[in-house]
Design a protein around this ligand. Structure first.
Ligand code: MN
Length: 440
């Protein structure tokens, strides 16, 4: 049998958390709302309704492009992408074809760089719901999601393993969350993953002559599982002398397998043409610069900062910057007056967040800070109690005492350690050291 290597590209759709829709004033937050309550003539595609682009959505897409190192287009436009499906009220989706907002860029992974092909802006579709109404199997459609701003990120086919795909996706997820442009909550469908998978014989360098797209995956784990499943399936087909069909498949969670959905459309099938109701967009350098200046710190920069400013080690910095929630809590806690006052170090706060908070959700920075300070506070005891412990340790260790008197400074620290052990966390450590020196 030949040895093969995967050739994987990814398409990722991310819903932006703008207030309003991509081309209308309907709320962009559609999650768990009563069906068809957040709609208007524009997102329902009623005749005569005219789209007006959401400026924030355009700015945020550019911001994402800047974070990924993309080139931002000087001129960009929207296009109509036609296909017929009940969740698409106009019969076309307003998307971007040949002049996307952002082109190029890359995300580095431990397996090598993954180049970004393009980042473009479009509108989300409605949602179909399969249900039984009055004993009849029906398909219902909810248009609340129709017209929600959606960013599509397309990578080059640079990914060579499911692990690399997972690492890339986690990094992208992190960047989107840091920028604050989307919840990127995969369970709610605000980040959806589509790997394009083919395989080739090891040593070959060209792109394979087919690819299979797996649609709408909602977890990193499923993305990796779908890739592994496809890689094995393709190898069997290629070994039999055939070529896997160019098609779109879905991930079946229950079967732990991909299933065929439909043959893949070609760009020509979509009859793309420029959206006549929206003029092209032109961006000045100062507009792009303004966006660049308003960008929050990205994960890699944050990681460096917590090491340089708060003295965290590599491991603490990595774990913390991986989790957006914990990272925010860390920054919040380190700014608190009482934390500075109590001389709580960054390392202490980081360790607490890493080890004690499985899910940082719910706890405020202040609550965590007071818990840390409480745990650090010494139990006040009288000098008599300290002296009693010191004298007991001196009596029990005549050799160490003699060594100290003979000039062996280390012996004092040995005695000091034993006194602390005896006090079991009680008493002020500095005071213990002073009293011990005096007694000796
Ligand atoms: Mn798309």
């Amino acid at each position: 049998m030949n040895t093969y290597e995967p050739v994987i590209g990814l398409e990722i759709h991310v819903e932006l958390k703008t207030k309003s829709g991509m081309f209308c004033g309907c709320p962009a937050d559609h999650f768990a709302k009563k069906p068809n309550t957040g709609t208007c003539p524009v997102c329902l595609g009623l005749p005569g309704a005219l789209p007006v682009p959401n400026k924030k959505a355009v700015e945020w897409t550019i911001m994402l492009g800047l974070a990924l190192g993309s080139t931002i287009a000087e001129v960009s436009k929207f296009d109509r992408k036609h296909y017929f499906y009940p969740d698409l009220p106009k019969g076309y989706q307003i998307s971007q074809y040949d002049q996307p907002l952002c082109s190029g860029g890359k995300v580095s992974t431990s397996f090598g760089d993954v180049r970004i092909h393009r980042v473009h802006l479009e509108e989300d579709t409605g949602k179909l719901q399969h249900a039984t109404v009055n004993g009849k199997k029906v398909t219902l459609v909810d248009f609340n999601r129709s017209g929600v701003p959606l960013v599509e990120i397309v990578t080059e086919a640079d990914i060579r393993s499911s692990e690399q795909a997972k690492e890339f996706l986690k990094k992208l997820h992190q960047i989107v969350r840091y920028l604050g442009i989307s919840d990127a909550d995969m369970e709610k469908g605000s980040m959806r993953l589509e790997p394009n998978i083919s395989i080739r014989k090891v040593g070959e360098t060209g792109l394979p002559n087919y690819k299979v797209e797996v649609k709408n995956i909602n977890s990193f784990r499923f993305a990796a599982a779908a890739i592994e499943y496809e890689v094995k399936r393709h190898a069997v087909i290629l070994e039999s002398g055939k070529v896997p069909a160019q098609e779109t498949r879905g991930w079946d969670e229950a079967k732990n397998a991909t299933v065929s959905q439909r043959s893949k459309e070609e760009a020509a099938d979509y009859r793309y043409f420029p959206e006549p109701d929206i003029p092209p967009m032109r961006f000045t350098e100062s507009f792009i610069d303004g966006i660049r200046k308003s960008m929050p710190q990205l994960p890699d920069a944050y990681k460096k900062e917590v090491k340089d400013v708060h003295g965290l080690n590599d491991n603490q910095a990595s774990v913390l910057s991986e989790d957006f929630g914990k990272m925010k809590l860390f920054a919040e806690i380190m700014k608190l007056h009482e934390v500075t006052e109590a001389k709580i170090t960054g390392a202490t706060v980081a360790n607490w967040l890493i080890n004690k908070v499985a899910d940082a959700g719910g706890l405020t920075g202040e609550a965590i800070a007071s818990e840390i300070i409480q745990s650090k506070k010494v139990v006040e005891v009288s000098d008599d109690v300290l002296l009693e412990a010191i004298n007991a340790v001196i009596a029990e260790n005549p050799k160490a005492v003699a060594d100290f008197k003979a000039g062996k400074e280390q012996s004092k620290m040995f005695l000091y350690g034993n006194v602390l052990k005896r006090l079991a966390g009680k008493g002020d450590k500095q005071k213990v050291l002073e009293l011990l020196a005096a007694q000796l």
